[in-house]
Write a protein that binds this ligand. Structure first.
Ligand code: CA
Length: 450
């Protein structure tokens, strides 16, 4: 465009000039991005396409051909099962098509060998040397010692294979390996529990144990023949004394007994406590058992086998107040050793006899304290072992108790189920048959009733 000015009596102005380009009026759609932008990927890695232009659609090809608006529309992140070049274009009505983006991918073939953890779990004292290696040369090992997933960067340690380190406390070790161009290995896992305390009494003494007289009547604890035993007969320890009666201390005398606790404790309230218990009388009214999380004479859990009743009883004493947590009609004969185990992890506690689960309870009353041996009668103890516990028991059914009911009558039973997996159900059986009105309504961990 050119212009000049005129006015009467004056000479015309010079000519001014300027150039203009008239726009077509159709802006261009932003070129798509491809993430990751090529390279070696795993077959499971998602490929993501995007454009900065709102409302535009993305079309793409994976065979190297030029994409158009007629090509496959991007449905969201996708994966590639073999080597491919991804090309993408973004289009929007009223706008010019974007430029074409392109990225070439190599899909890893083969898989890194799963690491070997050596030793592959177990029980140790003090410290434990660990080696993790993989048969795939050049691979990087990633491992955790806190049970967490090593494929997540969080607390993992990474380095070349083999990885060597030592554990100084109980741990769940998990490891996997990766190498560019290969699929990552599966995750290997191994559980290491640490011995926190042990005594087989084969040294002929009970050093490290503190005996507690809880009846005012004289007990007699001693180590003989490699076994730690209380040998004063039950009848001399105030067992009966005219019947169950209140002793004036808001405490039934039948709960009293004698016990010996591990003086130095075990440093934690979470542990796996095992001991072999034998009633040594022939027909006496012995009660033998174990205690755990004992902090003083008024605070502990106790499992008691009643050899006269043929029952086992799980109780707690918190601030001096007794409460029954569970009972069971599973008796043990006199003279028969039974291996009692208590697995206490947070509020979840499981009790086993000879490897068979007696009780699982959820209780928050006491969280720490030492272990003890309980005797209200002639009870012998051997092979005490306390180890760390590295896992949370999977399913706990809390405080089911024995019931006796007259035929053709009904009673209510309930169970608190903790850590129940998704999709699991609770069944109540009476003499092996499903109960008529069992409530399955709660999802997951909750109270179930029948
Ligand atoms: Ca022994």
């Amino acid at each position: 465009m050119k212009a000049f000015a005129v006015a009467a009596g004056l000479a015309d102005s010079a000519v001014a000039s300027a150039s203009f380009t008239v726009s077509s009026g159709t802006p261009t759609v932003a070129t798509p991005t491809i993430t990751p932008n090529g390279g070696t990927i795993q077959a499971s890695d998602p490929i993501t396409l995007a454009t900065a232009t709102s409302g535009a659609t993305i079309h793409y090809t994976t065979d190297g051909s030029t994409p158009t608006a007629a090509s496959t529309q991007y449905p969201g992140p996708f994966t590639l099962s073999s080597d491919a070049t991804v090309k993408a274009i973004a289009v929007k009505s009223g706008m010019a098509d974007s430029a074409i983006a392109s990225a070439s991918f190599t899909v890893a073939s083969g898989t890194v060998a799963t690491p070997m953890i050596t030793p592959n779990g177990g029980v140790f004292s003090g410290s434990q040397a660990i080696t993790i290696d993989t048969a795939t040369a050049g691979a990087t090992i990633h491992y955790t010692t806190d049970g967490s997933d090593p494929t997540v960067s969080g607390t993992r340690v990474s380095g070349p294979s083999p990885a060597n380190f030592s554990l100084t406390s109980g741990s769940v070790v998990k490891a996997y390996a990766e190498l560019t161009g290969l699929n990552p290995s599966a995750v290997a896992s191994a559980e290491f529990t640490q011995i926190l305390a042990s005594d087989d009494f084969n040294d002929g003494n009970a050093l490290g144990w503190t005996e507690v007289n809880d009846t005012g009547l004289t007990p007699d604890w001693a180590v003989n023949g490699g076994v730690y035993a209380q040998t004063t007969p039950n009848a001399l320890l105030g067992w009966w004394n005219g019947g169950f009666f209140n002793d004036g201390l808001t405490d039934l005398i039948y709960r009293r007994g004698h016990y010996s606790f591990l003086t130095g404790g075990v440093g934690t309230g979470d542990y796996h406590y095992s001991v072999t218990v034998t009633s040594q009388s022939t027909g006496g009214n012995d009660d033998c058992g174990v205690m755990w999380r004992r902090t003083d004479g008024n605070n502990y859990y106790r499992l008691m086998i009643s050899y006269v009743d043929g029952t086992t009883l799980l109780e707690k004493r918190v601030a001096g107040v007794w409460a029954t947590l569970a009972k069971n009609g599973r008796g043990v004969p006199h003279g028969t050793p039974v291996r009692l185990e208590v697995i206490a992890k947070g509020p979840i506690m499981q009790v086993l006899a000879d490897g068979v689960k007696l009780f699982g309870v959820y209780d928050t009353g006491l969280s720490t304290g030492t272990v003890a041996l309980y005797a209200r009668g002639e009870c012998a103890f051997d092979d005490v072992q306390v180890t760390s516990v590295e896992y949370t028991p999977s399913i706990v059914i809390d405080r089911p108790e024995d019931h006796t009911v007259v035929g053709a009558s009904a009673f209510d039973a309930s169970a608190v189920v903790t850590n129940m997996p998704v999709g699991a159900t609770v069944r109540f059986l009476l003499d092996g048959s499903p109960c008529a009105a069992a409530a399955q309504t709660p999802p997951g961990s909750d109270m179930y009733q029948a």
